[in-house]
Design a protein around this ligand. Structure first.
Ligand code: ADP
Ligand code: 5SP
Length: 467
């Protein structure tokens, strides 16, 4: 058996795409491929990787689309010429909070997947739900109130799990699945997060949920690092058994599946490390240190930082830290982010990021006193909806000139990050680094506004960009 040379494969199963990257043993990127759900797998008819249902609250993705996308990403890696037999270790991340429901008997099928057939065909009958809830879903208000009530109130729930009940958090989603489709729930032998689901496809067996992504479920005791029985009981029966064990985020789960070895030429010695949520993954990948603040500008916008002591509040989240078991991470999430920027780009900047950037450069910081709040859909932080524009005299107006609209959107989004972060006690010091990641962080003119509307009152925090 040959020993692989030490390449590393990293994957991200996020809202709009799968990204895969191979690095050599000195962490030089050898190749990178993307599979964009809407463009590369049009038969699933997603928009932005999701299906928004008629009630405008329910948001799902087809689970087999994710399986097919991962196979396609691996095929593209092989086509790029990279030698997958040299990959010594692989790991990855997934959009947080989404859940996958494996039907009774699915484990056996997964373990025995034949290399002659792509995984999405083998796993066709393996899911008790074809369409699964993702982080954009906000249809579980009833379940949230029930969970908070069962735990003695929103703050009591937050004190244990790091967050009050949030609609997108997995425990509330599972409670809705149980209430709406009790037979499908009964027929489920394992519930995965998107991250542990993706890891399972590489492991050829059910992968365990890690502490950090598990913190986004309203079920895990973030201090004791175990499931909270009272939360499980309030959501659905036999839940502990369907969720399985929990592990630290850097746990080596075992070697890759024989499917991967035979179909793509992986070494049977290649090890799978637990996958985590995309934000915990960014904290690890950006090598965030205590005192740094990270801003992720992906489909969602998030602000997060390394935390020594958990102090859960009624706004924002505290997750277990993916790197250090004694530490935590604080996070605030904004739903109206890249997709809202794209909408305004299409209406006010001829559908071009260059034109969007030009509009930012053509307008002064502060936007001449014009300000706007753009919540196309119900926001997470704060829970608000609608477009609200105010002119220099603080009067509500219906519209702005195109360039003013572009700046009002970006400044409004960044000011909201600052206001809510400061509300939670985040402060910047002169040496604070603000690190940006996610798709929109490639846009320097957008990042420039992160500087103007910086998260504190220091003259020049350092802003670095990791895309
Ligand atoms: N030059 C750019 N300027 C602003 N936004 C951009 C630019 N390029 C890509 N984006 C945004 O990045 C988003 C995707 O970010 P990404 O982090 O890959 O998302 P996700 O991981 O959630 O799928 C797109 O929706 C797009 O709006
Ligand atoms: O809900 C959250 C964090 O709590 C989101 O940040 C999701 O994790 C989606 O991530 P992206 O696809 O936008 O990166």
């Amino acid at each position: 058996m040959s020993t692989p040379r030490g390449f590393v494969l990293g994957l991200d199963l996020s809202t709009q795409q799968v990204k895969a990257m191979v690095l050599d043993d000195e962490l030089v990127v050898l190749t990178e491929v993307h599979v964009h759900f809407d463009k590369d797998l049009p038969k699933f008819s997603t928009q932005g990787g999701v299906h928004i249902h008629e009630d405008k609250l329910t948001v799902t993705s087809p689970v087999l689309m994710w399986v097919e996308a991962i196979d396609l990403a691996l095929e593209r890696l092989v086509q790029s010429g990279v030698d997958l037999s040299q990959v010594a270790v692989l790991s990855g991340s997934g959009q947080q909070h989404g859940s996958v429901y494996w039907r009774q008997g699915a484990r056996k099928t997964l373990r025995n997947a034949a290399a002659s057939s792509p995984l999405h065909l083998t796993l066709q009958g393996c899911f008790s739900l074809d369409e699964v809830p993702v982080w954009m879903d906000s249809s579980t208000a009833t379940e949230c109130r029930q969970l908070e009530q069962a735990l003695g109130g929103a703050q009591s729930l937050a004190d244990i799990t790091g967050s009050r009940a949030y609609e997108r958090f997995t425990g509330n989603q599972i409670a809705k699945v149980y209430r709406t489709w009790p037979r499908a729930y009964e027929d489920t032998e394992r519930i995965s997060l998107v991250s542990s689901f993706a890891a399972s496809l590489f492991l050829g067996d059910y992968a365990t949920i890690d502490y950090s992504d598990g913190s986004g479920m309203n079920l895990l005791d973030i201090r004791k690092k175990c499931w909270t029985q009272r939360c499980l009981d309030a959501c659905a029966p036999d839940l502990a058994e369907k969720l399985g064990e929990l592990v630290p985020s850097h746990t080596v789960l075992g070697p890759v599946s024989s499917y991967l070895v035979q179909r793509y030429g992986f070494s049977p010695n290649c090890q799978v490390v637990a996958f985590s949520g995309d934000n915990p993954g960014s904290l690890a990948g950006m090598r965030l240190q205590a005192g740094d603040i990270a801003v992720s500008l992906g489909t969602s916008d998030t602000v997060f930082l390394w935390l020594k002591e958990p102090r859960p509040a009624l706004e924002g989240h505290v997750f277990c830290n993916p790197i250090c078991q004694e530490a935590y991470m604080a996070l605030i999430c904004f739903k109206n982010a890249s997709l809202t920027r794209e909408r305004v780009r299409d209406r006010c900047a001829a559908g071009s990021w260059e034109e969007f950037s030009r509009a930012l450069r053509a307008t002064p910081p502060g936007n001449g006193g014009n300000i706007g709040f753009y919540f196309d859909t119900m926001e997470i932080t704060p829970p608000a909806v609608g477009i609200h524009r105010f002119n220099t005299d603080d009067e509500k107006v219906e519209a702005f000139a195109d360039d003013v609209e572009v700046r009002a959107l970006v400044e409004g989004q960044f000011l909201a990050k600052r206001v809510h972060a400061e509300g939670l006690g985040y402060r910047t010091e002169p040496e604070t680094r603000i690190l940006a990641t996610g798709g929109a962080s490639s846009n320097k003119d957008i990042l420039q506004n992160l500087r103007y509307t910086r998260l504190g009152d220091v003259p020049k925090p350092m802003i670095a960009c990791h895309t």
